[in-house]
Design a binder for this molecule. Sequence first.
Ligand SMILES: C[S@@+](CC[C@H](N)C(=O)[O-])C[C@H]1O[C@@H](n2cnc3c(N)ncnc32)[C@H](O)[C@@H]1O
Length: 385
Amino acid sequence: MKASAAGKCVKAALVTPLAQALAERIRATGPISFAEYMRECLYHPQFGYYGKREGRRFADFYTSVDVHPIFGRLLARQLAEMWDALGHPQEFYAVEAGAGTGRLAGQILDFAARELPQFYSSVRYVAVEQSEARRERHREMLRTHLEKGAAMSCGALPCDIPAGCIFSNELLDAFPVHRVLLEQGALREIYVGFNGESFTEVRGPLTSAEIEKYFQEQQIRLQEGQQAEVNLDACEWIKEAGRRLGRGFVLTVDYGHEAAELYNARHMRGTLLAYSAHRVTEDFFECPGEQDLTAHVNFTALDMWGRHAGLTRTGCASQMAFLVALGRGNEFADLCDDGANEVERIRARLLLKSLIHPEGMGETFHVFIQHKGVAQPHLTGLAGL
Ligand SMILES: C[S@@+](CC[C@H](N)C(=O)[O-])C[C@H]1O[C@@H](n2cnc3c(N)ncnc32)[C@H](O)[C@@H]1O
């Protein structure tokens, strides 16, 4: 292994307890893969970004869920239509993976209880969140639905989901990724080393044969010097989701591209970014455990690995197309609560704009849907395609 050509030694590193722990570990056993570094930064039980309580709400970034409840309300309508497509099973599992503090779950269930009572009576909502600190919030966010038996809170996907939909918002972009580059025609992996003062990028052999296979199966050829991320965890996750689902859908909302775009010359440095205090940087070694790290999702890989578990691609729409298709049926009447005054109505319309605006979340985010055991489903959210 050798230090990267850029000789990238980034800042005085030992500013957080996690940085100290990682430096110790690397000193003792040598460089670790970037995926391992990212896993610790995000999911270390004590010091990881997602291990901690969501103390600094909106401090670093916000998601569609935080913008306005219309996102959850329209998603609830799409779930209800999936329940229709499955022939109204008595128990419809709405499994939200990466449910965070349960905000989206609350929005979907509150709306369904009020506006879609028949659907609500069949819903078994499972809010899946690996972080115990975030799961603790489910009790308060979902109290009435937990008490009625319409919801439960879990740390992992249920083993058996007879009929329903497994869905997520900004889950897969938060999975640890391997970083690779093409050097003299061969794939090499970027590791994280420590030079006594700072973390450094170190190049070495691939940590897993699966990485080479990932590129071969999708017929991706990087350009000389190009860097890219490989989200093997997402491939495993979609396979597992498909295996556990009896009949129904997997719906993924995230920013991402098809492989041909994700790995083209516009992304010579990959798509990995660090978010802190609404600042976006490529300083992945700054304050380990205190900043979010994310990479774009590869929808082609979700499709291919999903097929291994019986999932078929239903379609992929921009978030804008998805929300507009679901909202236009009743002219976005779900946007405002009864009795909202004019100021509240204007505010709600402005917030809706930021969810669907092409230069904002509307085109950056996509809704990728797969199905299993349902013949040619028609879904309104994909109707604009
Ligand atoms: C970017 S946050 C998104 C939270 C929420 N979906 C939203 O839109 O606000 C990603 C969440 O996924 C959780 N997570 C990551 N990997 C997970 C896994 N394998 N199973 C369940 N939750 C996971 C994280 O702890 C975190 O709460």
